[in-house]
Design a protein around this ligand. Structure first.
Ligand code: ZN
Length: 470
C-alpha cells in the first residue's frame, strides 16, 4: 500500500523588539547568564506584567503578511506547567482569543497551506546541561514570541521545507524577526501522521519538538514517516506522543505522551488587560507593510520581464531586491541589472549570510550609471563586465575605468576593416555560413570583438559581416 504524509507546523518566532514582552529587560541574544532579568520576567510574587505595545504591532504585521484576520479583541491566558525553565510555573500565552485568525502561506506549486491562527506569548528560559549538572539561564524568559499554527495541509517533505523557508522570508521582509534558526529565534514543532493514499481520514499523529534547522526538520520528517509506515505495515499502531529528534543518530525518541490543551489548565491571565485593536489601527499597520516577496517576485516577472528563476533569486532577501529596485531606476532594460547581480555580484558573496546582508561596495546608483552607458550604446557589454569587476573590488564609480576613448566607440572605417579581416581569416566559417549554417558566422564576429577589445557594437558587427559576405 502507498502512504501519504500529513503534516502541520507550529512555528515559534522570536520578535526583534528591544525589550521583553512584559518588562523592560533587553532581548539581546547571549550575554552573561541571568544578566537580562528582573523581578517581572522571573515572576517574583508581587510584580505585575505590562504588555509591550510593539509585540502586538509585530504580531498584527505577521498576521496581515500571512493573509490572516486580525481580531479586534484578543486576550492573554496562562498556560500552567511546572518545569525549571519557567520560574513562575506558568507561561503567558493566548489560547481562547488569539491575535490573528486563519490566513495561509502559498507554495510555488500553487497549494495554500492554511494557518489556524497566530498568537503572541513569552519565551521560557533555557536549561544548560554541563558535566552532569544542570543550570538555568532566564535571559530568554519573557522574550516575545509569535507562534504560527498551521492546519495539517503539508503533504511532502519538499512542501515542508518550502513552507518554513517562505515563513522565514516573509517575517524577515516585514522586519519583525531575524529568524535565525541556529540561534533559536525560529523553531518548529512538526505534527506528523500517515494515511493510505486516497484516504481522507487523519491518522494518529506524533509531534517532533523544537527543531532549529531546516535540514533537521526534513531528516526528522523522513525518519518519522518511514517509522510510522513500518509500524502500520507490521500490524502495529502509532501512539500519540511527543518526540525528540536526535541529529547524531538521525532518529526520533519519545519524550512524553502527547498532552492536550486541557492538561495545561489554561485560564485568562487576571494581571493583563484585554487587547483591543480598532480597524483603523489595523489598516494603519497594513499601510506600513513593505511589498511582500511573493508580490515583488510576480511584479518582476510580469512588469520587468525578468525570468522567474532570476526573479526568485532577486527577491530571496529584502536587501537584494531593494538594491535591484534602486539600480534599475530609469532603465529601459532592468534585465541588464538583474544579470549583473546574479552573475557577477553573487560571485563575490560566498555564503547565504553574505547574500542576505548584501554589503556590496558598488552602490546601486553606481551600477545604474554603468547600465545607462550600456543602454546609450556608449559602452559594450564585454567592457562593462570587466569594469564592474573592478568597481566591485574598489567601490569606485565606472567613470574611473572607462576612458573617453572607450566611450567614443570605433569609427566605421575601422569596423569595416576588422570585418573584412575576419572574413579573410576564417574561410571555413564563411563557407559553412554560406552553406546554411547560421551559427558559423560567430567565428568572424568573435574575431572582430577580440581585435576591437570588446569595443565594437555586436549588433552592428553582425550586420556588417553578413552584408559583406552576401
Ligand atoms: Zn525583566
Amino acid at each position: 500500500m502507498k502512504y501519504e504524509l500529513v503534516a502541520g507546523f507550529e512555528t515559534h518566532i522570536e520578535l526583534g523588539t528591544n525589550t521583553k514582552i512584559f518588562c523592560s529587560c533587553s532581548t539581546e541574544f547571549g550575554g552573561e547568564p541571568n544578566s537580562h532579568c528582573c523581578p517581572v520576567c522571573i515572576g517574583l510574587p508581587g510584580t505585575l506584567p505590562v504588555l509591550n505595545k510593539k509585540v502586538v504591532e509585530y504580531g498584527v504585521m505577521a498576521g496581515l503578511a500571512t493573509n490572516g484576520k486580525i481580531a479586534n479583541i484578543s486576550k492573554m491566558d496562562r498556560k500552567n506547567y511546572c518545569y525549571p525553565d519557567l520560574s513562575k510555573a506558568y507561561q503567558i500565552s493566548q489560547l481562547y482569543a488569539p491575535l490573528s485568525i486563519g490566513g495561509y502561506v502559498q507554495l510555488s506549486n500553487g497549494r495554500k497551506i492554511r494557518l489556524h491562527h497566530i498568537h503572541i506569548e513569552e519565551d521560557a528560559g533555557k536549561l544548560i546541561h554541563n558535566h552532569g549538572d544542570t543550570y538555568v539561564d532566564y535571559n530568554r524568559g519573557g522574550v516575545p514570541l509569535i507562534e504560527i499554527v498551521s492546519e495539517p495541509d503539508i503533504r511532502s517533505i519538499d512542501e515542508a521545507r518550502e513552507y518554513v523557508e517562505k515563513l522565514q522570508q516573509v517575517m524577515r521582509y516585514i522586519g519583525i524577526s531575524d529568524c535565525r534558526m541556529q540561534e533559536g529565534s525560529m523553531r518548529c514543532d512538526v505534527n506528523i501522521s500517515v494515511r493510505p493514499v486516497g484516504s481522507e481520514k487523519l491518522g494518529t499523529r506524533t509531534e517532533i519538538k523544537n527543531m532549529n534547522s531546516i535540514t533537521f526538520i526534513t531528516k526528522a520528517m523522513e525518519y518519522e514517516f518511514e517509522r510510522q509506515v513500518d509500524l502500520i505495515e507490521s500490524g502495529g499502531q502509532v501512539v500519540q506522543e511527543t518526540l525528540r529528534y536526535d541529529d547524531a543518530t538521525n532518529t526520533t525518541s519519545s519524550m512524553r505522551s502527547k498532552e492536550d490543551a486541557h492538561d495545561y489548565r489554561y485560564f485568562r491571565d487576571p494581571d493583563l488587560v484585554t487587547i483591543s485593536i480598532t480597524d483603523e489601527e489595523i489598516e494603519e499597520i497594513r499601510s506600513k507593510l513593505p511589498e511582500l516577496p511573493q508580490q515583488k517576485c510576480e511584479r518582476y516577472i510580469d512588469e520587468l520581464e525578468i525570468p522567474p528563476a532570476d526573479a526568485s533569486q532577486l527577491t530571496k532577501y529584502r536587501n537584494i531586491s531593494e538594491y535591484f529596485d534602486k539600480a534599475i531606476d530609469g532603465l529601459k532594460k532592468p534585465k541588464t541589472v538583474s544579470n549583473f547581480i546574479i552573475s557577477q555580484i553573487f560571485r563575490t558573496l560566498r555564503t547565504e549570510e553574505d547574500k542576505e546582508a548584501f554589503a556590496v561596495k558598488t552602490t546601486p546608483e553606481q551600477l545604474n550609471e554603468l547600465c545607462k552607458l550600456i543602454e546609450d550604446g556608449k559602452v559594450q557589454n564585454n567592457l562593462a563586465k570587466s569594469v564592474l569587476d573592478k568597481m566591485l573590488e574598489s567601490g569606485k564609480p565606472c567613470t574611473e575605468y572607462i576612458t573617453e576613448e572607450d566611450m567614443a566607440g570605433l569609427d566605421d572605417d575601422l569596423v569595416e576593416k576588422l570585418c573584412k579581416d575576419a572574413i579573410a581569416n576564417n574561410p571555413k566559417a564563411v563557407e559553412q555560413y554560406k552553406a546554411g549554417k547560421e551559427k558559423a558566422i560567430m567565428a568572424c564576429m568573435g574575431y572582430v570583438m577580440k581585435n576591437s577589445k570588446g569595443k565594437a557594437n555586436a549588433q552592428d558587427v553582425l550586420a556588417k559581416i553578413k552584408s559583406l559576405i552576401s
